[in-house]
Design a protein around this ligand. Structure first.
Ligand SMILES: Nc1ncnc2c1ncn2[C@@H]1O[C@H](COP(=O)(O)OP(=O)(O)OP(=O)(O)O)[C@@H](O)[C@H]1O
Ligand SMILES: [Mg+2]
Length: 290
C-alpha cells in the first residue's frame, strides 16, 4: 500500500464524517465516532509507519522509521538495547507523539489523530513487559473485568455476564492454559502464568493488532515454549508485533519462513528471514555478535 492511497482513504472518510456531522443527534454522533474507529483492512495492511521520528531533547529514539505489518502477520522485532523498540510501541499506542512521519492503522485510520483511548478502541492492544493483573481477584474475575471494560471493579463484578461473554472467557482460559486455575487468585500464579493472564485480558477485547514487548522475559523454558505456541495460534486471527531478545523464542515464532525486523538507532537496519539477518554483517556487529 502506498502512503498516497492511505492519505486518500483517510481524506474520503473525513469528508464523509463532516457531511454526517451536520444535523445529527448525540446517539448518531456516538455511532459515527465508533464507526470511524473501525479499521479497513481491505488493502491487506494492518499497520503502516512512514518516516516516523520521535525525539527526546534532540536525541532521536526513532529516526525516520518506516515499517509495514500485514493483516494476520506475526512479526518479530529484534535489536540491541536502546534501539527504539519500546518507543515504537509507545508511539503506536499514542503514549508518545512523533515529531514527524505518518502512521496508519488499516488503510483509513490515521493514528496520529487519535487519543490513547481511541487507539485502544480501534483495536490495538498492548502488553507491557511487567504483568499487571488484579492480584486479589481470581483468574476468572480478571478476565471478566477485561471483557466488560468497566474500570469500576465492584460495579463490573456485580453486573451479569452474557452467555456470549461466558463462552469467550472459556475460550480464552483454554488458549492461555489457565482453565484449571480459573478460581485461583491471580497473585498466586507463577510469573509466566500472570503474563498469560494479561495476554488473555487483552484477548477479551478482541484486538486486531497486538503489541507484545518482551513477553517471555523471566519465563521458564517450558513457559516460553508454550507462549510461542499461543502466539502461533493467534497468528492469522490477529496481527502481532513481538519484541524479544530471546533468539530461541524468535526462532520458534518465525518457523524458518517469517520475516523479522532488526531495529538499530531508531531505524530498520535489516529485514528478512531470521537466518539471513543472523548472517548479516551489520546485524552481527551491532547486536548478535556481542
Ligand atoms: N521518555 C524518554 N525520555 C528520554 N529518553 C528516552 C525516553 N524513552 C526512551 N528514551 C531513550 O530512547 C532510546 C530508545 O529506548 P527504547 O526504550 O525504545 O529502547 P529499546 O529498543 O526498547 O531497548 P531495550 O531492548 O533495552 O528495551 C534509549 O536511548 C532511551 O534512553
Ligand atoms: Mg524496550
Amino acid at each position: 500500500m502506498t502512503p498516497e492511497l492511505m492519505e486518500a482513504g483517510s481524506l474520503a472518510r473525513e469528508r464523509m464524517a463532516e457531511r454526517e456531522a451536520r444535523g445529527e443527534g448525540r446517539i448518531a454522533r456516538r455511532a459515527r465516532l465508533l464507526r470511524e474507529l473501525e479499521p479497513d483492512f481491505g488493502q491487506g495492511v494492518a499497520l503502516y509507519l512512514d518516516d516516523i521520528t520521535v525525539s527526546f531533547d534532540g536525541f532521536k529514539a526513532l529516526n525516520a522509521l518506516t515499517l509495514q505489518i500485514l493483516v494476520g502477520e506475526l512479526r518479530c522485532i529484534i535489536g540491541p538495547n536502546g534501539a527504539g523498540k519500546t518507543t515504537m510501541m509507545d508511539f503506536i499506542t499514542g503514549k508518545t507523539r512523533p515529531d514527524a512521519g505518518r502512521c496508519f492503522f488499516g488503510s483509513t485510520i490515521d493514528l496520529l489523530r487519535l487519543s490513547e483511548t481511541q487507539i485502544a478502541q480501534a483495536g490495538i492492544g498492548r502488553k507491557f513487559q511487567k504483568p499487571t493483573v488484579y492480584e486479589q481477584l481470581s483468574v476468572f474475575e480478571n478476565l471478566e473485568l477485561a471483557c466488560k471494560g468497566d474500570r469500576r471493579v465492584r460495579a463490573s463484578l456485580l453486573s451479569r455476564l452474557s452467555g456470549e461473554q461466558l463462552d469467550r472467557i472459556g475460550e480464552v482460559l483454554a488458549l492461555i492454559h489457565l482453565k484449571t486455575e480459573a478460581q485461583r487468585a491471580a497473585g498466586r500464579l507463577s510469573h509466566g502464568q500472570k503474563q498469560w493472564l494479561e495476554i488473555g485480558m487483552l484477548l477479551m477485547q478482541d484486538p486486531k493488532l497486538l503489541l507484545l514487548d518482551e513477553p517471555v522475559a523471566g519465563m521458564t523454558d517450558e513457559e516460553t515454549e508454550r507462549t510461542a505456541e499461543l502466539f502461533l495460534s493467534l497468528e492469522g486471527k490477529h496481527s502481532l508485533v513481538v519484541v524479544e531478545h530471546d533468539m530461541k523464542f524468535v526462532e520458534q515464532l518465525t518457523e524458518g519462513r517469517k520475516k523479522v525486523t532488526v531495529l538499530h538507532e531508531g531505524s530498520v537496519l535489516a529485514e528478512g528471514l531470521l537466518a539471513d539477518v543472523q548472517g548479516n554483517d551489520k546485524v552481527v556487529e551491532v547486536y548478535l555478535g556481542r
